[in-house]
Write a protein that binds this ligand. Structure first.
Ligand code: SF4
Ligand code: SF4
Length: 342
């Protein structure tokens, strides 16, 4: 708690975070802003009061994007403070209501009648490269299998033998709840499921990749699909009107040679699973911080985070844009004959 206090005391109340916090920009509510929270925390600390449950629950109204930290002259790490507090005060959004109430009710509707954009090709048998494990992530597993199909097609066409497709969750819901104990338990489960002979654990979702990087013992084997394509000297076909929506979770050295579209804050609203957990904020967030219709109309948007893809899909629909949206793997399978079924 002492380190949290020290961090919070660093806030000069300059208010610069107001200009970048997506939730504040959408709601104008200081209680959803890092500054407002630090003021209340100071009050708790200075008066030796116990931090209220209401305050802790309110911390979940945050995208965990850390845009405020990146803009803060005192470099205060809001995401770290909020998750540590959630951990200390046992905040639990809960994986069961999360999956049952929102995942299924909210999104299955928008995907269920559609066939996948990319279907699975027939398996090939002449593997020339190493054995790999594909970490598909929960979005691909439960909501939309098209990116999974496309990634498997690409890996096999490149010559990799996919000996396992992981059904595990990367643990991001636990991390965003500050539930470090459950995160560690989930990480052990992941570790047990990884065959020792594999060269790579391939992720087509940047959020899964970034979360799995917290598990030190597998860190060296993790690779994103775009990094693997680059290792194979593959260049993504660029055409007019194709833009890359770079997820916040994307590491800096992206291997994607597409023009990047500017983003405003955390425009997909998916950090901290916000779109699923707090749908009451979504319309406001999309209206205030999503791309403008004229920025994305007639464009094809590519992304490398499957969570972002769900948020982008919702945003595109809300602003009535005609933009097309694909994951990187889907785009490659649809645009490059080398990766289509022979
Ligand atoms: S930018 Fe940093 S120092 Fe300024 S008010 Fe926000 S949290 Fe405090
Ligand atoms: S982490 Fe993002 S959403 Fe949360 S307070 Fe900071 S800028 Fe706002």
């Amino acid at each position: 708690m002492e380190t949290i206090k020290e961090e919070v005391y660093k806030c000069s109340k300059c208010g610069l975070c107001q200009s970048v916090c997506p939730i504040y920009l959408a709601t104008k509510n200081e209680m959803y802003l890092s500054r407002g929270r630090y003021i209340v925390l100071n009050n708790f600390f200075n008066n030796n009061k116990k931090i209220s449950k209401k305050f802790i629950n309110n911390l979940d109204i945050c995208l965990n994007c850390n845009a405020c930290k990146n803009f803060c002259p005192s470099n205060i790490d809001a995401k770290s403070i909020f998750t540590k507090l959630k951990n200390k005060y046992n905040y639990r959004y809960g994986i069961i209501p999360f999956s049952i109430n929102y995942f299924f009710n909210l999104f299955i509707k928008s995907f269920k009648k559609k066939t996948p954009v990319v279907k699975r090709n027939k398996k090939i048998s002449n593997y020339t490269k190493e054995k790999v494990l594909y970490f598909q992530g929960c979005v691909n597993r439960f909501v939309n299998s098209s990116d999974k199909n496309a990634t498997l097609n690409i890996l096999e066409n490149l010559g990799y033998q996919v000996i396992n497709v992981s059904n595990n969750c990367c643990g991001l819901p636990y991390l965003s709840d500050g539930n470090f104990k459950e995160f560690d338990r989930n990480s052990l489960k992941i570790l047990k499921s990884i065959p020792p002979e594999i060269k790579y654990i391939v992720c087509s979702c940047d959020s899964c990749y970034k979360t799995l990087k917290n598990i030190n013992t597998i860190s060296d084997k993790l690779i994103t699909l775009d990094e693997l394509l680059s290792l194979n000297n593959y260049k993504i076909k660029t055409e007019n009107n194709i833009v890359y929506h770079k997820p916040l979770s994307k590491k800096e050295n992206s291997f994607i040679n597409l023009p990047m579209i500017n983003r405003k804050g955390s425009c997909s609203t998916m950090e901290n699973f916000f779109l699923l957990k707090h749908p009451e904020f979504i319309e406001e967030l999309i209206e205030k911080i999503f791309y403008k219709k004229e920025e994305i109309d007639n464009k094809t948007i590519i992304t490398t985070c499957q969570l972002d893809k769900v948020g982008l899909k919702k945003g595109i629909k809300t602003i009535n844009s005609n933009a097309n949206l694909y994951s990187l793997a889907e785009y490659i399978c649809l645009s490059d004959k080398d990766f289509q079924e022979k």
